[in-house]
Design a binder for this molecule. Structure first.
Ligand code: ADP
Ligand code: MG
Length: 453
């Protein structure tokens, strides 16, 4: 994050503290909050360092709603606020911080209410997975059992597992749903077998659920005893027609380090993939998230949307993180519009933004020319040779070449892989029109004015 932004963040926290000091008992404020600071912002989490583990635990348990409300009011984002003890920061990851609950088994086995089918954008990359999930959620244990969802990180597996759980709970509140990450499953099992085992029985506890959602099953690799324990539970669920949904970063047959008898059973049900979305789908997701954050898409320059979608399309998690940062910077600067400069400031520590201006300028030229001629960008960059389209195409090519000095070859790639001689032809054509036709000059001046605005 740029220095500028860092100081903005610390100013923001000071403002939040000021609000909090008015709402909290002075003793509580002085003891726990006064010297806190924003340690980091990680996707949708804002990690705040506090002066002791006692402070962190009290703030997380008793004051989190009040504090989250104020953060929300000041930043307009829905950051999840997590307090941590500043002395423990290097050794823990943000997700571990969340897990400091205090129930018996699976302290953190709570469904995330924010992950629903309603806010899951469906496109070619996840259509099968989302349909299968919806079917499993509507008819638990009946058809796709187990349902196995696999795919790369940040592509929606955890979202789908939670959406299934939330859907089941909403439709049939009497059904018991257990959501656990494989890592929590492993730790819980180890705790259990190494403890005195006087209290509840872990196996019985899990078998009491109707739907078992196990996230990131690849984490059980080589954990022989845990896998045996899981196998018994798995068999029980299958025999009793209770639903199991598993997620993994790879196909069942690629799960080395996991017993073959389990792997082959994973394939008894249905295996579906979530893959990387296209840029267009990312734009849809982004627009949905923008609206979800209470903003309107019109507040963003169109080239900002295409820039973020293009840069972060390999992980929707990172796409969300990028959007959160942008909204955050927009709010602390009190900006009413999000342009490419603000975007670059917000994202400069996440991605290389050096190409942003030239890339988006090409986009900006295309957007302006297409709206001027009432055409779509695809028509302008496409292959159709209708008269009005061809003219707009010549103008767009000329503007890109003359305003940005982009190499002919690169322009060709932008225009459906035309070769450089075709691009040169367009440039020459417009140059010639400029000498003979006054109207062309008027049009170009108007377009340049709009593009530079
Ligand atoms: P995974 O578990 O595959 O690593 P997640 O389910 O945690 O990925 O998704 C990462 C983030 O991206 C989450 O905030 C999730 O809500 C969001 N996300 C993923 N896919 C979609 C989608 N199709 N529509 C909306 N949000 C999505
Ligand atoms: Mg996940």
């Amino acid at each position: 994050m740029s220095l500028n932004t860092l100081s903005e963040i610390s100013t923001l926290w000071q403002r939040i503290l000021q609000d909090l000091s008015k709402e909290l008992d002075k003793m509580v404020y002085d003891a726990f909050l006064k010297d806190s600071y924003i340690h980091s912002i990680d996707n949708d989490k804002m990690i705040i360092a506090s002066n002791s583990s006692l402070a962190a635990s009290i703030l997380n348990q008793q004051y989190i709603d009040l504090i989250t409300g104020i953060v929300h009011r000041e930043t307009g984002t829905n950051f999840k606020v997590i307090f941590v003890n500043q002395d423990e920061i290097p050794s823990k990851s943000p997700t571990e911080f969340e897990n400091e609950g205090n129930s018996n088994f699976f302290k953190n086995c709570i469904l995330d209410p924010q992950f629903t089918f309603d806010n899951f954008v469906v496109g070619p990359s996840n259509k099968e997975a989302s349909q299968a999930s919806l079917i499993a959620a509507s008819t638990p244990g009946q058809f796709y059992n187990p349902l196995f969802i696999y795919g790369g990180s940040g592509l929606g597996k955890t979202h789908l597992l939670n959406a299934i759980g939330n859907y089941v709970k909403e439709r049939t509140p009497s059904m018991k749903v257990l959501y656990v990450t494989a890592q929590d499953f492993l730790y819980q099992y180890l705790d259990y077998v190494n403890g005195d085992q006087k209290n509840e029985n872990l196996s019985k506890y899990i078998k009491g659920f109707d739907v078992f959602l196990l996230d990131d099953v690849q984490m059980l690799k080589d954990k022989k005893k845990t896998l045996e324990f899981f196998f018994d539970i798995y068999q029980y669920f299958m025999q009793n027609k209770k639903q199991i949904v598993l997620s993994s970063d790879r196909l069942p047959c690629e799960l080395d380090g996991i017993d073959n008898r389990l792997v082959s059973r994973f394939m008894d049900g249905l295996t579906v993939q979530v893959s990387k979305p296209s840029t267009e789908m990312c734009e849809d997701i982004l627009k949905k998230k923008i609206i979800g954050a209470g903003l309107s898409v019109e507040e963003f320059d169109p080239e900002v949307i295409s820039f973020i979608a293009e840069k972060f399309k390999s992980s929707i998690r990172e796409l969300n993180g990028a959007l959160n940062r942008i909204i955050f910077i927009k709010n602390i600067r009190h900006a009413d519009h999000i342009n490419i400069e603000l975007t670059c400031d917000a994202l400069s520590n996440l991605v290389n933004v050096s190409d942003a201006k030239s890339r988006v300028s090409e986009q900006k030229i295309l957007n302006n020319v297409s709206s001027y001629y009432n055409l779509s960008v695809n028509q302008i960059t496409g292959k159709l040779k209708t008269g009005s389209i061809v003219n707009a195409r010549h103008i767009a090519i000329y503007l890109i070449r003359s305003m940005l000095d982009v190499p002919l070859k690169q322009i060709g790639e932008l225009f459906s892989n035309r070769d450089h001689t075709t691009i040169m032809y367009s440039v020459k054509k417009v140059e010639k029109m400029l000498t003979t036709d006054h109207e062309t000059k008027v049009v170009l001046d108007e377009l340049k004015k709009r593009i530079s605005a």
